[in-house]
Design a protein around this ligand. Structure first.
Ligand code: URP
Ligand code: ZN
Ligand code: ZN
Length: 471
């Protein structure tokens, strides 16, 4: 199968030029001006942006959490991703208590086999190093392409680990070349604040945010940074929301330490005003760390612009408002934490980042594709447009106007965090390894086309097949 993409504005993290792309056998084999290679399919991209398929390093599909299971399984979540221009994601395996890592991996693979729409990798979330997986077993995961370990410093009584588990995992990562990821909030302190709020009769969604203050995120972020430094492990702080967490990351990076951070689309747009909405509507915005005061929006834009934060993910962890979020109707601590987002990341960051003049088009590509691909061992196979890279390509119409709404989304959730937002610019055609996934508003590929990608160790590159011949 060969594809010729003609006349588009090719934008990578580094370049911006008009050209043609030729794809053979799933990879990009030629980039140039006025290519006229015979092709099975030719796409006219005149007037469109031609972007690398976006990479989402933080998603939760088909995950048991908060007394229920996320509403998006692999097929629906990845379909939403494809429409949003994301062609690769890295999902979290959550080690069930008492299970070995091999058992956890088998369980998660079974959820994905045969239904994958896009390519994917896994992080391993370590919850138990006593009864289940061992440090020795953890050390073998990078050999299977699972090259990042995730630890939750919050969700006491569920996913939270103690500092010993955190530190021992960091020591393993330092040995094996894995990247350590942390959900950085002080779970012990939050647990006290939640109990106090409930004892005082505060049951509404707003108290989810009020019992998880920015200081709890800042403290845990700083603790993780110091422990990773001690262990000699590289650290990636997920879903950073506020100044209190941005500052320790900025300091660490300024010192040249191996520390990176991401934020997520929703933290630029949702705020305490949303979670305070009446009639339990605020529950739609219950995720952790929580929505913050709006003053943090500029802090985050500044952090992504200046590379204090290096990626924007979605933390897609979708639930129904009606039927799942309502588990916490009388007690905010029982509202499942998480929200949908896989479909709208590119549209939202293009509109309010690029079109609003906050970041350049190149920086958008870097934040949504190139940098996550580099940090998570997928580059240069993923995350860029180059000869030898997988032909994961988004043809993006910068003039397309639309209103984001749950009514037309592909996630199974019954709401959208950005409901009613008007944007100009949206993916038009999406290719995965040269196969057309989305065209004319339809999913045209069959589930099963997506593959599991074995990622390279931290700092190493991922290539496939023999190196392409010189042009
Ligand atoms: O509320 C959230 N973010 N749910 C997903 C799990 C996590 O903490 O990332
Ligand atoms: Zn988290
Ligand atoms: Zn998450």
């Amino acid at each position: 199968m060969s594809v010729l993409i003609k006349g588009g504005r090719i934008v990578t993290a580094a370049d911006d030029y008009v050209g043609d792309i030729y794809v053979e056998d799933e990879t990009i084999t030629l980039i140039g001006a006025d290519l006229d290679q015979p092709a099975d399919k030719t796409i006219d991209a005149t007037g469109k942006y031609v972007l690398p398929g976006a990479v989402d390093p933080h998603t939760h599909l088909d995950m048991p959490f908060g007394g229920t299971v996320t509403i998006d399984d692999v097929e629906s979540g990845q379909t939403a991703a494809a429409f949003g221009g994301t062609t690769t994601h890295v999902d979290f395996i959550i080690q069930p208590q008492g299970a070995t890592f091999a058992q956890a991996l088998e369980e998660w693979r079974a959820k994905a086999n045969g239904v994958q729409v896009i390519d994917m990798g896994y992080h391993m979330a370590v919850t138990d190093l006593n009864e289940g997986g061992t440090l020795e077993e953890l050390a073998t995961l990078p050999d299977e392409g699972i090259t990042s370990y995730k630890l939750f410093m919050a969700y006491k009584g569920a996913l939270m680990v103690d500092d010993e588990t955190l530190f021992r995992t960091m020591e393993v990562a330092a040995e094996t070349g894995a990247l350590v990821m942390v959900h950085a909030e002080n779970g012990d302190v939050i647990d006290v604040l939640v109990k106090q709020a409930l004892e005082a009769g505060h049951t509404e969604p707003l108290y989810h945010a009020l019992t998880r203050p920015p200081e709890a995120e800042g403290e845990a972020t700083n603790r993780a940074i110091q422990l990773a430094r001690l262990a000699g492990a590289p650290l990636y702080v997920v879903h950073v929301t506020c100044r209190e967490a941005v500052e320790p990351i900025a300091r660490a990076r300024d010192k040249g330490w191996d520390v990176w951070g991401e934020t997520c689309t929703q933290y630029f747009f949702n705020s305490l005003d949303d979670i305070a909405k009446p009639d339990f509507e605020g529950a739609k915005y219950v995720y952790s760390p929580p929505v913050r005061d709006k003053s943090n929006w500029d802090v985050l834009w500044n952090a992504v612009r200046t590379d204090i934060l290096s990626a924007i993910s979605t933390d897609h962890c979708a639930f129904l408002w009606d039927g799942q979020k309502t588990l916490g109707k009388d007690d905010f601590s029982k509202i499942p934490n998480g929200g949908p987002g896989l479909e709208n990341r590119l549209q939202m960051i293009h509109e309010f980042g690029v079109r609003a003049g906050r970041i350049s088009l190149n920086r958008m590509v870097e934040l949504l594709a190139t940098s996550p691909a580099k940090l998570f061992g997928l580059y240069p196979r993923k995350g860029t447009i180059a000869v030898g890279s997988d032909a994961d390509i988004v043809i993006f119409d910068p003039e397309k106007r639309l209103t984001i709404t749950a009514a037309t989304q592909h996630s199974k959730s019954d709401y959208n965090l950005f409901e009613g937002t008007e944007v100009t610019g949206s993916p038009e055609t999406v290719l995965l390894r040269g196969h057309v996934l989305v065209e004319n508003g339809e999913l045209v590929a069959q589930p099963g086309i997506g593959q599991f990608v074995e990622r390279a160790r931290f700092g190493e590159e991922l290539r496939r097949g023999p190196a392409p011949a010189a042009a």
